[in-house]
Design a protein around this ligand. Structure first.
Ligand SMILES: [Zn+2]
Length: 907
């Protein structure tokens, strides 16, 4: 599975849940996958066909979405097509029947129209799964209900034994159950991933439909355009969309527009150009982009409150799908909240009406929040949030002012109480503001003592206060149909009862932007964050030359995409491009090894791209093959700072040379680049310290180098239990003289990190350290006792532990390598039995001797979990390190092998 992942998708590790879901599907189990956008859901249905060589049928709601996915999959060398009403349909259908597609997309309408003969022919060639993408469309409770989705259960009767996979990014408990029952899923494996999109910044602001606002918006978008970052502005009406679109054009910013009143072909063209980065801004209504497949959108702005929190989460979720830091801002006006009955018009039943109303209210509450927005979103989707502050939303990053609103709260609540909770917020606000409207006069509310007492505040100020009182539990809101009524809660009564007309106990509430009135634009916090907040820092951690290279490579990627009629992101993603700019690989292997580079890319563009990297780096005067010293930032605000950051450079370097470059402790101690050699013991300590700081250590290899066997480990452990671990000397005194301080320290570190003695080699004999010269001249003297049986025992043990294989025993440890074992099993014992052992071994070494591409491949075949460079050098002891690296590089570049955690594996 790992090799298929690297080959087609360019990654060496799965993301959370993916592997488990793929395995369940391969077991024939129905699966419901509820995972956030950008968490890699689609891979769950894209892997099984590549493993089983049977077709995956995918139901997807929109043709444009299918087209994008087919385009991206083709760039990965995956045979895929969509069945649409287009003219290719009948030929695609017959190719599908013959089982030639890995993945076949179709709309629900198409799936229901296909004759049963099609399905039975498909079944004969093999269907490995039926996936229903955007599965929430199946539920009347979802926010994108589609009638045809509801009828998909018919396919269940035809595709009896095919696993059904429902996938969605947003689903409340009700929607989840609805999907399971509507698709007639049998005991499905349900995966609910995290809804937390850590790389997204969330913010909300209120605005007025003013000219200056639109100018500001245009100015902000232009910054994104300059940094070649894609943005979407979602508008609630076509009119708004057109207005902003025209303003952008006037400002000389090229943009696309997409809404329901455009012709199909105009919409398709708009979508196509945006996907291909022909412009970086899309102004759209919500008609745009259910499941839009562009991963590198950096800014999603909502111009107006969306109709539900689900749709907000999904639309804003189109931002930063590649995990790179991105920004979502929502701008609302009060008038947005009067649209409830407009949205309710879509409802067919009282139940649906209620569902629409409830999710609209949730969106409204999101706007008024003064606490962490991420926490609110996660709570809404039923995910427990341990922290009250995420540090990556406007409310968490700017300090909110609070002020004492006791008198105003008293007036508003008392007034609401006088209206007997039969009205919405507008009536009490009008009373306080002294309105003489017919409604007020008819109800004789002008006679109330509060009439006109709140004139000095604007109506929006009062409404905003009401929202805060609701959010803080002083008022409760009720909805009957679309009518909102507000009444005083028990908590509110408690407050009222402690008030007198001339005295109210203090009541501090957060000051919202509406309550700040015109001051809001002068708020220093807003200034500091800019209009839209953060611009993702694409060039963070890059030198000026690297940033320049990054820009030029972006252009190069664009050229490649244009030439092959695809989208730049389909060539490879932004994060991959960043890695390339930072590391500047000079060989096919190094390029192929970068996360996100797949086999298809290497085949088509590999050499050309390498040449470009080389040429541009030379022009910019920057060196090739820089080792990556850190992961690219996943999200600026939530970067996982590697623990190793605390490590002084000298120690980190020692660890890196040992773990990553595979140098021995001795070589590191005497490294020619060093001004003076350091003690091997010091290097050992450096590596152990790195381990304690969280750096990965190959413990078996380490134990071998310092001669720490299971026996010694246990000995040390026993003594530590007796004398404690505070001081080393007492431990050393109790142990046999040959046990070194390094071994004791290693043992203590391993204990501290929970690494058991199993990680150390089995037998002391195996690890006896001998002089390098001695080994070369006299070979393996003293190893004659080692039986094949023992060797096998060791090998089995290590396989069980998943640590490695016996051939990890290194040259400099002067131990028998696995060639002994090979000889024992495969080769007749040399006829000259009386020859000294050393001579025999040299001979055998000569036979296995130098590695070739094919001998490496056939040897790697034996090891599912991979083999390190040092393993290979021990096994093919006639090869030098550099010739071995050359061979491995060429195999890697051809995608015959790949590297994962520094181990080489067969593709
Ligand atoms: Zn927050």
């Amino acid at each position: 599975m790992d090799s298929i992942l690297k080959q087609y998708f360019g990654f060496s590790t799965f993301r959370p849940y993916q592997k488990e879901i793929v395995e369940k599907i391969l077991d024939g189990r129905d699966c419901l996958v509820v995972m956030a956008t950008g968490s890699g859901k689609s891979l769950c249905y894209q892997m099984p066909p590549l493993i089983t060589k049977k077709t995956a049928v995918v139901i997807s709601p929109l043709i444009s979405l299918m087209q994008d996915q087919v385009m991206a999959l083709k760039e990965r060398g995956i045979k895929t097509e969509h069945l649409s009403s287009a003219r290719n349909a009948s030929s695609a259908q017959s190719i599908a029947e013959s089982g030639q597609y890995d993945i076949l997309y179709m709309t629900p309408e198409k799936a229901l129209l296909l004759p049963s003969s099609f399905w039975s022919r498909m079944l004969k060639t093999g269907i490995c799964l039926l996936a229903v993408d955007e599965a929430h469309c199946i539920s009347e409770w979802g926010h994108n209900f589609r009638v045809e989705y509801k009828k998909l259960d018919k396919l269940r009767d035809i595709l009896l034994d095919v696993p059904f996979v429902g996938l969605t990014a947003t689903a409340t408990e009700t929607v989840r159950l609805d999907i399971i029952s509507s698709l007639k899923m049998r005991d499905p494996h349900v995966t609910v991933g995290s809804f937390d999109r850590k790389n997204l910044f969330y913010g909300v602001k209120s605005f007025n439909h003013s000219l200056s606002f639109v100018d500001e918006l245009v100015g902000e978008l232009s910054k994104y355009v300059e940094s070649a970052c894609s943005s979407i502005v979602y508008c609630t009406t076509v009119k708004d969309a057109e207005h902003i679109f025209e303003s952008l054009l006037k400002a000389g910013i090229s943009a696309g527009i997409y809404h329901g009143q455009m012709s199909n072909s105009a919409r398709e063209e708009s979508h196509r150009s945006f996907i291909r980065d022909e412009y970086y801004v899309m102004i759209a209504t919500v008609a745009f982009g259910m499941g839009i497949d562009k991963p590198d959108i950096r800014y999603v702005m909502h111009y107006g409150c969306p109709k539900s929190l689900e749709s907000y989460y999904q639309e804003s979720g189109r931002c930063g799908r590649d995990g790179v830091a991105s920004v979502c801002w929502l701008y609302y006006t009060r008038s947005d909240f009067a649209k409830a009955d407009f949205y309710c018009r879509e409802a067919n039943s009282a139940g649906q009406r209620k569902a629409i109303m409830e999710s609209f209210l949730a969106a409204q509450r999101y706007c008024f929040l003064t606490t962490c927005r991420r926490k609110f979103l996660l709570d809404y989707f039923g995910q427990k949030c341990t922290s009250d502050k995420c540090g990556n939303c406007d409310n968490c990053t700017s300090s909110k002012k609070e002020s004492d609103v006791s008198r105003e709260a008293f007036l508003l609540m008392a007034c609401i109480q006088s209206c007997r909770g039969q009205w919405g917020v507008n009536m009490p606000v009008d009373i306080l503001r002294g309105s003489q409207s017919k409604k007020i006069l008819d109800a004789q509310f002008d006679k109330l003592p509060f009439h006109g007492l709140g004139k000095e505040m604007t109506a929006n100020w009062w409404k905003s206060l009401a929202d805060q009182l609701i959010a803080n539990g002083y008022l409760v809101e009720k909805y009957a149909d679309v009518y909102r009524s507000v009444s005083v809660s028990p908590k509110g009564f408690q407050f009222l009862s402690s008030c007198k007309p001339d005295y109210q106990p203090p009541l501090y509430l957060p000051v919202t932007s509406e309550m700040m009135g015109n001051d809001e634009n002068n708020n220093p916090n807003n200034e500091a964050r800019g209009f839209g907040g953060l611009i993702p820092a694409g060039y963070e951690g890059m030198s000026q030359a690297e940033a320049e290279l990054h820009k030029l490579l972006l252009e190069e990627r664009m050229k490649l995409a244009r030439a092959s009629g695809t989208a730049p992101y389909a060539i490879f993603g932004d994060a991959t491009l960043r890695r390339i700019a930072l590391t500047r690989p000079s060989t096919r292997a190094r390029l192929a090894n970068i996360d996100g580079v797949n086999q298809h890319f290497m085949k088509i563009h590999g050499d050309h791209f390498l040449q470009k990297i080389q040429q541009l780096s030379q022009e910019l005067n920057i060196a090739l093959d820089r080792l990556p010293n850190s992961q690219p930032p996943i999200a600026r605000q939530v970067i996982n700072v590697p623990k190793a950051k605390n490590l002084p450079p000298a120690k980190f370097e020692a660890w890196r040379m040992w773990q990553e470059d595979g140098l021995s402790i001795e070589k590191i101690a005497n490294f020619p680049g060093r001004s003076a050699p350091i003690k091997e013991q010091t290097v050992t300590e450096y590596i152990l310290e790195a381990a304690r700081e969280g750096c990965v250590i190959d413990w078996l290899r380490f134990s071998l180098e310092i001669g720490l066997t299971q026996e010694v480990y246990k000995n040390i452990q026993d003594i530590v239990t007796k004398v404690g671990k505070e001081k080393l000397k007492p431990i050393k005194n109790e142990l046999p003289e040959e046990v070194t301080y390094s071994q004791i320290k290693a043992c203590l570190t391993m204990q501290e990190l929970g690494v058991s003695e199993i990680a150390t080699p089995f037998n002391y004999q195996h690890v006896r350290k001998e002089d390098e010269n001695l080994k070369e001249t006299s070979g393996m003297s003293g190893e004659t006792n080692l039986s094949c049986q023992k060797e096998e025992q060791l090998q089995n043990l290590e396989f069980v532990n998943g640590v490695g294989d016996c051939s990890r025993l290194r040259n400099e440890d002067a131990v028998p390598d696995s060639s002994i074992q090979s000889r024992c099993i495969e080769e007749p014992v040399d006829s000259s039995n009386d020859l000294p052992v050393a001579t025999k071994r040299q001979k055998i070494g000569g036979v296995l001797g130098e590695a070739t591409e094919s001998s490496i491949l056939s040897w790697l075949e034996k090891f599912d979990h991979g083999v390190s460079l040092s393993d290979l050098l021990v096994h093919f002891n006639g090869s030098t390190e550099s010739s071995m690296i050359d061979l491995l590089s060429s195999l890697e570049g051809e995608f015959l092998i790949f590297k994962k955690n520094d181990l080489y594996m067969l593709m």
